[in-house]
Design a protein around this ligand. Structure first.
Ligand SMILES: [Zn+2]
Length: 274
């Protein structure tokens, strides 16, 4: 099977062509002809952040949103911040502890809003699909409504850029999502985490906050024999944000601790799938 010589896409995850004797995926062909300008994106972020006097940070207690909260508070010095965790019902206890500890350390108000996303997760397990897109869409909508209610215009998130060429997105009702980690590499993120009281939880599937991800990746892998995160992780390699070796580790079939798996399936009433 051919693997892209730039990222880690292969024939299962993308269309591979041979260009100048080397295999290359269709996303990398587009990327190489329209490379994003990192300094331009950074300048755009700086400009945008100058106007931000009040913001909500989408704070899952995971490593990326922790970095985003740190940047908002310590680098951009946003005067009024609220870190909001949307608990979809399956947040790891360690993530909630991390979130409380970090918010307290950075002296930022911390709010948890609790919901039940079992409908999304059950369906994803039954169909062996990824739950992430629907989960994240619902979470952004809940945050948008919360921001509107609180009269806050900006929502800062720990998303990375690779899927758009601007570090912000206009949402309905005049709310603006700011992707504060745009084009920040994994090693830059780790440098920031080291300064903070962040403890890495022992969860499967490289997640630092969600109990669903590992078992969902496993189930998908068993049906499709590749990871539903493969293309997202390939994009990080393409953009030079993650090295190839680490990326290949992350797209392997995850090893799920038995008790996490059992808890998730039982709570979703899906024991018959075990
Ligand atoms: Zn590629």
């Amino acid at each position: 099977m051919l693997t892209c010589s730039v990222c880690i896409n292969n024939e299962k995850t993308s269309k591979i062509k041979i260009v100048n004797g080397k295999p290359i995926c269709k996303e990398c062909i587009v990327y190489l002809s329209h490379k994003p300008d990192k300094s331009k994106i950074q300048a755009e972020l700086e400009e945008l952040m100058k106007d931000v006097d009040k913001a909500i940070v989408a704070f899952s207690g995971g490593k990326d949103s922790t970095v985003a909260l740190y940047l908002a508070k310590e680098v951009y010095k946003v005067p009024e911040l609220e870190a909001v965790m949307i608990d979809h019902g399956f947040m790891a206890g360690e993530a909630i502890e991390n979130a409380k500890r970090i918010a307290e350390y950075l002296n930022v108000q911390f709010t948890i809003l609790r919901y039940d996303y079992s409908d999304i997760f059950r369906e994803a397990f039954l169909k062996a699909q990824s739950p992430c897109r629907r989960c994240s869409k619902r979470t952004m909508e809940k945050l948008r409504r919360y921001a509107l209610k609180k009269g806050v215009k900006y929502i800062i998130t720990g998303h990375e850029l690779p899927f758009g060429h601007h570090p912000y997105r206009l949402m309905s009702g005049g709310i603006i999502q700011i992707r504060l980690l745009s084009l920040m590499s994994e090693s830059e993120r780790f440098e920031i985490l080291e300064k903070l009281p962040f403890e890495f939880p022992n969860l499967a599937g490289y997640t630092t906050n969600c109990l669903i991800l590992g078992p969902a990746l496993e189930r998908y892998y068993e049906k499709h024999s590749f990871s539903f995160e493969h293309r997202r992780i390939a994009a990080l390699v393409r953009y030079g944000l993650l090295d190839r070796k680490k990326a290949l580790e992350k797209v392997k079939k995850p090893e799920i601790p038995e008790e996490i798996k059992r808890t998730v399936y039982e709570r979703l009433n899906l024991e018959e799938l075990l």
